[in-house]
Design a protein around this ligand. Structure first.
Ligand SMILES: [Zn+2]
Length: 155
């Protein structure tokens, strides 16, 4: 692995870095708490974002509160968000390369939120997690194996 920046696929989505970084932390939290996969669908916008998970049931109010608390603890810990670069072959055992976009470059970028979460991403992130603000789940919905979590960031 190297910290030299190779050429990556262009990232077309214009993202709001605090929201998008919160998306990473929520994904990492869901994987750790429930052993599920990272979100299978995402609508990340400036004021409100929605992530959809393959999930067997609805979350209880207690679980929703726990997810919020864990995400906010990561934000409050003010972890650095850092990037390292590698090739697809080097990271094949650590990450699901099936999630990369069609025609992805051999060079990939690993985005790390401290030691809490690592994923392959070409998006735009905050530099440290305290820049995200306060994370709040405004609603959840469950239907037919899909759990949707809607969240907002409060300053
Ligand atoms: Zn990202």
């Amino acid at each position: 692995m190297t910290t030299q920046q190779p050429v990556l696929n262009e990232h077309h989505k214009q993202e709001f870095p605090p929201m998008h970084t919160a998306e990473h932390i929520l994904n990492g939290t869901m994987v750790k708490m429930f052993g599920c996969q990272r979100a299978v669908g995402a609508h990340v916008e400036r004021t409100k974002s929605k992530l959809d998970y393959d999930f067997p049931r609805a979350l209880t109010p207690q679980e929703i509160a726990q997810v919020e608390a864990r995400v906010n603890a990561v934000i409050a810990a003010d972890l650095p968000v850092t990037c390292t670069y590698a090739t697809q072959a080097e990271v094949a055992s650590r990450f699901d390369l099936g999630r990369l976009p069609e025609g992805a470059t051999q060079a990939v970028r690993i985005v790390s939120v401290g030691d809490y979460d690592h994923c392959l991403c070409a998006g735009t992130h905050v530099e440290h997690t305290a820049q995200i603000g306060h994370f709040r789940i405004s609603s959840t919905r469950y239907a037919a194996g899909r759990l949707r979590i809607v969240f907002r960031l409060d300053r």
